[in-house]
Write a protein that binds this ligand. Structure first.
Ligand code: AGP
Length: 609
């Protein structure tokens, strides 16, 4: 996915736009570019690499002022990351410039037709087709030409479009990829996500799918693709600028790891109303939950692992049958799903293409969709029947941390909420659970306080060429998530496995050159975990164990330990295990000198399939 920023208003310095664009860099960072209009001329600069490299190249123009411009940071889909494929893209005559986030699925056919009509292409991208289509339809109105061009496109596209022939207009288009309009005091902005406009705009309009906006210095008009005008719904920006800054942390990821206790406290304060759980936007009746038969959960990556934890809870506390799938698999299954079933999707960004595709098919069949999401105004939030926000604040680090434990906490509360409605737990059991959940933020802080210990362990374990993460029961998903965290920022192969499966293959991997992370809380599966650790020890595997305070037996078998408080209800332990493993992954990657917030090949939200 890519990051789009646009501006029109009182002329402003290029450096300001690059600052805003940098706050979108987590969305994609293999190439970037800027285009401004001044004296009816396009000023374009683009290159492979990151924004700070572009800023260096623009050092002589950094204080140049432009009244209108569009800016882009890319995660390449079509065409390698180089200067010619970087955005913006223009038409043959370099009069129209566009930036794009998404995929034009029918671009090859359109490109061939346009070439036959005499258009000259310079890049390998799908995006460039849009610039030539607008050129083809352009007469006297930029918005008319854009409106005609987008009707030819199949796929997803958020666009920013400007033309030197009409410098008083900035056109924004949204279909399948997010785009917001920020209302500033000196002008108006468009952006893929809120962080880019936080310092400049206190009010925002969320463009909905199939809407186009004609934005001028003093006015904003929005139209549906079919042409009908759309009423402006202006909302207050609820996020503070510092929420999207690193403040005094070395990386966003480390800051977000440390934010988790506060995030969980906020979730509990929002949804636990004196032992009565309340979800204001769930939009599903008590009767629906009473008659609920099966739950399907679809999500990707870290969100999938949170869904795995929820699966255990829904089965154990609500007496429900639960099927869990990665969204990319779920969407192609031929399911026997009925109106008494529920699809729960989980997504930090609310823009993951496969998860959106999963809900669209299910909604067409009249099945209810409840989503757990972190971004207000996201596509998933708008398209779901019911929504529960995780209120974790902007998560900028590509490796998801606070969003994960926020998802788990929210899902645990949802399970308790459903269990009470189905009378599958008593009021006292609910009170006990909520009481223990209220202690979790403090327990997380205890683990965060061990950061320097974990840093030392990470240094020692950084030498291993591959890792096995083992867990049982509710901590099998913790093993999956720990492995994902490590591999995506350290680039070390790491695999999460159910510990009980070790003897069915992975034990062949064990020797003194592998790191094995064993998640061994003192729960009903503890003895079996200890046996696994003995088998690993016997084969010289190097063990990092996640253990409860005072567990001498597990410590004796381990080369290193991360200690955590023992919970009365160990089903909540994933909320603690995650923190230790996040810090472990962070310090391994830091020790290896990797770009932690923007790991290679990744992007914060995968808005393409
Ligand atoms: C997690 O660290 C990864 N960045 C990735 O797996 C992510 O969880 C996945 O792409 C899902 O994103 P979403 O929660 O925004 O849908």
């Amino acid at each position: 996915m890519c990051g789009i920023l646009g501006y029109i208003g009182k002329e402003a310095k290029l450096s300001l736009f690059l600052d805003g664009l940098s706050r979108l860099e987590y969305r994609g960072y293999d190439s970037c570019g800027v285009v401004g209009i001044k004296d009816r001329k396009l000023f374009i600069q683009k290159r492979p690499g990151k924004i700070h490299e572009l800023r260096r190249e623009l050092r002589d123009f950094i204080n140049e002022k432009f009244p209108v411009g569009i800016f882009h940071t890319r995660w390449a889909t079509h065409g390698k990351p180089n200067e010619v494929n970087a955005h913006p893209h223009t038409d043959c005559k370099q009069q129209i410039a566009i930036v794009h986030n998404g995929i034009v699925e029918n671009y090859l056919k359109l490109k061939q037709e346009l070439i036959k009509e005499g258009h000259k292409f310079v890049s390998e991208t799908d995006t460039e087709v849009i610039a030539h289509l607008i050129e083809k339809f352009y007469k006297k109105s930029l918005e008319d030409a854009v409106s005609k061009a987008i009707k030819k496109l199949k796929g997803s596209f958020a666009l920013g479009v400007i033309s030197k022939n009409e410098p008083e207009k900035l056109i924004a288009v949204r279909k399948g990829s997010p785009l917001i309009i920020g209302l500033g005091k000196n002008g108006n902005f468009i952006a893929s996500d809120i962080p880019a406009i936080l310092p400049f705009a206190k009010e925002v309009v969320y463009l909905k799918d199939e809407e186009m906006a004609v934005i001028k210095k003093e006015s904003i008009e929005i139209f549906h693709f079919k042409g009908s005008p759309v009423k402006l719904e202006i909302e207050k920006v609820k996020i503070k600028p510092e929420d999207a800054e690193k403040n005094n942390f070395a990386h966003f990821m480390l800051k977000e790891i440390h934010e988790q206790p506060e995030v969980l406290r906020k979730i509990l304060s929002l949804y636990d109303n004196k032992n009565a759980i309340h979800f204001p936007q769930i939009n599903l009746s008590e009767d629906f939950f009473k008659h609920l038969k099966n739950v399907f959960i679809a999500a990707c990556g870290t969100a999938y692992h949170a869904g795995y934890v929820a699966k255990y809870f829904l089965e154990a506390y609500c007496g429900l049958d639960v099927e869990l799938d990665a969204s990319s698999e779920f969407r192609y299954r031929r399911l026997n799903i009925t109106k008494n079933d529920l699809l729960i999707t989980i997504s930090q960004s609310g823009e993951t293409a496969d998860t959106l595709a999963a809900i669209r098919d299910i909604k067409e069949r009249g099945i209810k969709v409840l989503s757990i999401c972190n971004v207000i105004g996201s596509t998933l939030a708008k398209e779901s029947d019911g929504i529960i926000f995780t209120h974790a604040g902007p998560e900028i680090g590509v490796a998801s941390t606070k969003a994960y434990t926020a998802q788990i906490m929210t899902l645990i509360l949802l399970c308790l909420y459903i269990a009470r409605m189905r009378s599958s737990i008593s009021a006292q059991e609910m009170r006990n659970a909520l009481k223990e959940l209220s202690l979790i933020p403090g327990y997380q802080k205890e683990i965060l306080a061990k950061e320097s210990e974990i840093k030392k362990i990470a240094k020692e374990f950084s030498k291993f060429g591959c890792f096995l993460f083992l867990g049982r029961g509710i901590n099998y998903p913790s093993a999956l998530e720990g492995a994902l965290k490590l591999k995506e920022i350290s680039y070390i192969p790491a695999e999460g496995y159910p510990a009980g499966e070790m003897k069915h293959g992975p034990i062949a991997l064990i020797d003194e050159y592998r790191g094995v992370v064993c998640i061994a809380p003192k729960d009903f599966l503890y003895e079996k975990m200890i046996s696994n650790m003995q088998e690993i020890k016997a084969r010289k595997g190097k063990i990092l164990a996640i253990v409860n305070y005072g567990d001498n037996e597990a410590e004796r078998l381990s080369d290193a330990v991360i200690r955590m408080p023992k919970l009365k209800n160990q089903n909540f332990s994933p909320l603690l295990v995650a923190v230790g493993l996040q810090l472990f992954a962070y310090y391994v990657a830091k020790n290896l000198g990797h770009d932690i917030d923007q790991p290679r090949n990744l992007a914060k939200s995968v808005t393409v399939e």
